[in-house]
Design a protein around this ligand. Structure first.
Ligand code: SF4
Length: 173
């Protein structure tokens, strides 16, 4: 979340509406740094029919494709909400900013892989996003986003193979 988020007309839409996917490595880092138990900040309940519909009908170019791929029995690991807010949104700011999940670090950007295998940075379609609308990405920013994107895909693969045992071992629902 940048300073521009504080002026967001949509009132931090990205941290309020929807949900933030958490990889297992993301979750471990949050637990180690905050000292919280997994059950205090993770949610692995079934998505409600309306949210499920949004996830499944999302633009496949954007992160919906990842969320769809990771969905299992209508569930995906995510940060808990308090009302509409992410559990870590405190007084309008992300309280775990430096260790926020990688998906949050990429926002409002995403990447797509071109036919020749190279990556291209793309934006979410939230046209009110002040960060998206005012940021000109430098080469080093793009490189950082490419690395995050690759890490998210790797973590997604690990998630796919280990999520069942992870939620069972830690009693996450
Ligand atoms: S972890 Fe931080 S950036 Fe991510 S949704 Fe929650 S409050 Fe927003």
């Amino acid at each position: 979340m940048s300073n521009k988020c504080l002026q967001c007309k949509a009132k931090y839409h990205c941290c309020k509406n929807g949900f933030a996917f958490v990889g297992i490595e993301d979750a471990k880092q949050i637990k180690e740094t905050t000292g919280k138990e997994y059950t205090e900040f993770l949610d692995y309940s079934e998505l409600s029919p309306d949210v499920l519909q949004i996830v499944q009908s999302g633009d496949p170019v954007h992160e919906s494709s990842l969320r769809n791929y990771l969905l299992k029995d209508n569930k995906i690991l995510r940060l808990q909400k308090r009302g509409r807010n992410c559990v870590f949104l405190k007084e309008g700011k992300c309280s775990i900013y430096t260790i926020r999940p990688k998906i949050c670090q990429m926002y409002p950007h995403w990447c797509m892989r071109l036919l020749d295998g190279t990556l291209k940075v793309i934006d979410h379609d939230d046209n009110y996003c002040l960060v998206r609308n005012s940021t000109t990405l430098r080469t080093e920013d793009e490189e950082k986003l490419f690395k995050l994107f690759r890490d998210i895909l790797d973590e997604g693969q690990y998630y796919k193979e280990h999520i069942d045992e992870f939620v069972k071992e830690h009693n996450i629902r």
